[in-house]
Write a protein that binds this ligand. Sequence first.
Ligand code: XMP
Length: 319
Amino acid sequence: DWKMDSFVDNTIKSLRTKIGSGKVLCALSGGVDSSVAAVLLAKAVGKQLTCVFVDHGLLRKDEGDEVEAVFGPDGPYDLNFIRVNAQERFYEKLKGVEEPERKRKIIGEEFIRVFEEEAKKIGAVDYLVQGTIYPDVIESGLGKSATIKSHHNVGGLPDYVDFKEIVEPLRDLFKDEVRRAGLELGIPEYLVYRQPFPGPGLGIRIIGEVTAEKVRIVQEADFIYRDEIAKAGIASNLGQYFAALTNMRSVGVMGDERTYDYAIALRAVNTVDFMTAEAAQIPWEVLNKVANRIVNEVKGVNRVLYDCTGKPPATIEFE
Ligand code: XMP
């Protein structure tokens, strides 16, 4: 891919010239945009770059470790990596909170607070990295339905950190170009092809109050769902798919015992721009397998439902 080849080379060179001996800070979310931006900067200025990765305890199963494997000290890149394990802080703030918009606000504000604390420790930085891509610039695509749900993106940090200038190395790229650049840079495919994941994370895939126990349930169910979708080889036909935890418990039976446990909802959609979407048709055998595995393997779940609703009237996420 000579075009991406030269984009990568040219960008690294011009970043190096621009930044000189400056100090660079990046909020790493583990998403493809911030990952590719971070690696470009790492290749350009090495240890002058510090990436801060906030684990808010609302990530998918193993996701924090996957990010650390790539960007941490055992990974292939030369940079400073700080992982903040802030799950307890977030769970504490979310205790007793049921209203979706309040949950989003709390998660967004706490995220900024954690990031701000880390930035203070690092001291004055010259450049702040943002993974802005072209569709963000022209204000369309993902994360722009702000009137319906307040969207927390790792992007909106500039007010809270002391810095001189923003660097946005992906400003001219479309998503597929960002992915190609990512592959060119040696970022593993599981990061490059990661599906969209909302800033508030599993916090908005757990209806009602968030607890550590509910996070565990939704993480395990979602992991099984993704595993079976991958095994069935149908991931590339789907726009987005995930498990959510309904706040509903219902009666079931296990052996001779009556159970009263949670229902997991499975969602899969196809979409062009995420503004509208239709429910995807997952083969019945796959759904059946997933449902069986979830009720057998995930403690606290005795029922699995499939969401057949399009957007509108439903949204893709549950909150
Ligand atoms: P909804 O639920 O509004 O989601 O139909 C549309 C797309 O946006 C993603 N989404 C978010 N992305 N921060 C994000 O970065 C957010 O707060 C957020 N909320 C929803 C969602 O996953 C879907 O791809």
